[in-house]
Design a protein around this ligand. Structure first.
Ligand code: PMP
Length: 377
């Protein structure tokens, strides 16, 4: 029987999206597909209020991280990595392999680096780029990307890269309004499509930087290779993931039907309700209350609950949750609540968590999680 995929990506896929993935594949030069692809790119730019370019390329979030860095830096450049956890740290390896000089601002897990700390670092020396992870999926804390963007306006020679993999289409993000130069995500997160696509928005400043650095070593992720295709998908550079593009187009249609603003508000409401419910049961959350994101929760186990046992039982009750990463492995679990989920999914998840705790003999006020949900959504 099917289990609810409540890990922080991939997220549950709704029928109209899986229908697109299941369609008979057509030639990528098929005029109807070319039209669909073109429309998708335009719709994605409108959704994120991003002038400039939007790239939809087969690959995962990690490839998007490489794409972002590769197009705006060259060997020997300084880069500032603002890391609030495991995925922020991933930029260190990526950048060091490219021969960049890495400076790091690293938050304690569950906390985020403040805009003030970033600003004082930016005053020290010139950085070609800065990376900020909007939601670090290892902690459930969200960075203040809009406030950081205001600071970045005073540093016009520094490219502001935002990793939106666990945020975009779930957390409020507007590329140009926020002063973001590059934003990216993967199809499997808050867009609610299966894994397989990266989506990357690049503003004018990032595109000018790309032009100014000449030929780059990377081939597949080169903006210059993809720009002609994104503006006219009848052209060929590398084979587009036809069915995934259709699926993403359907996802954007669903987002517009719901309304982007309403969608972000829904994520806020649902996450607050889930967090209250988990806390009422007796769990603690890893992320600081003031920094909590609305796309996932990282939930610390109370004394006496074994991670593997808990998540195995939870899966038997119909819900998949993810383990925690690095130092928190075994000490917490992660539950996603982003994308195209409805209230029934949320109730089912909390009900499965309660059933699991009861089966494990954990002492708490039975039903308090569901009662708290009822009072909040
Ligand atoms: N950044 C963040 C914030 C992520 O959550 C993830 C994946 N969980 C990645 C990057 C890497 O994406 P992928 O696993 O799709 O390569």
């Amino acid at each position: 029987n099917n289990k609810l995929v409540m890990i922080p990506g991939p997220t549950p896929t709704v029928r109209s999206i899986t229908d697109q993935m299941g369609r008979e594949t057509v030639a990528f030069g098929d005029p109807a597909f070319v039209r669909d692809f073109k429309e998708l790119v335009i719709n994605l730019k409108t959704l994120l209020k991003a002038d400039g370019e939007c790239f939809v390329v087969a690959g995962s979030g990690t490839l998007a991280m490489e794409m972002a860095v590769s197009n705006v830096t060259k060997r020997g450049d300084n880069i500032l990595i603002v890391s609030n956890g495991f995925f922020g740290d991933r930029f260190i390896d990526i950048c060091e392999r490219k021969g960049l000089n890495v400076d790091l601002l690293q938050a304690a897990w569950g906390e985020v680096i403040s805009p003030e700390e970033i600003e004082s670092k930016l005053k020290e020396k010139h950085y070609a780029a800065i990376t900020v992870t909007h939601v670090d999926t290892s902690t459930g804390a969200g960075a203040p990307i809009q406030e950081i963007g205001k600071i970045m306006r005073n540093y016009p020679d520094t490219i502001y890269i935002v990793d939106g993999v666990a945020a975009t289409a779930g957390e409020r993000e507007y590329v140009d309004d926020y002063g973001i130069d590059i934003l990216f995500t993967g199809s499997q997160k808050a867009f609610g499509v299966a894994p397989g696509l990266l989506i990357l928005w690049a503003g004018k400043k990032a595109l000018e930087r790309r032009k100014s650095i000449g030929t780059i070593p990377e081939y597949y992720v080169d903006f210059e290779k993809w720009i002609p295709i994104m503006n006219d998908p009848a052209k060929y550079f590398a084979t587009p993931a036809v069915n995934m593009i259709w699926a993403l187009k359907e996802s954007v249609r669903l987002i517009n039907e719901e309304g982007a603003e309403a969608r972000y508000d829904r994520h806020t409401k649902v996450s607050e309700a889930i967090n209250k419910s988990l806390e009422a049961i007796g769990f603690k959350l890893l992320a600081n209350e003031k920094d909590r994101c609305s796309t996932l929760s990282v939930v610390l186990y109370p004394e006496g609950i074994n991670d593997l046992e808990f998540r195995t039982k939870l899966a038997e009750e119909g819900v998949m949750a993810a383990g925690a990463l690095a130092a928190y492995a075994g000490k917490a679990f992660r539950v996603g609540h982003m994308g195209n989920i409805d209230d029934h999914t949320v109730y089912s998840t909390i009900a499965a968590i309660e059933r699991t705790l009861i089966k494990l003999g954990y002492e708490y006020e039975k039903g308090i999680g569901l009662k708290t949900l009822l009072e909040n959504i």
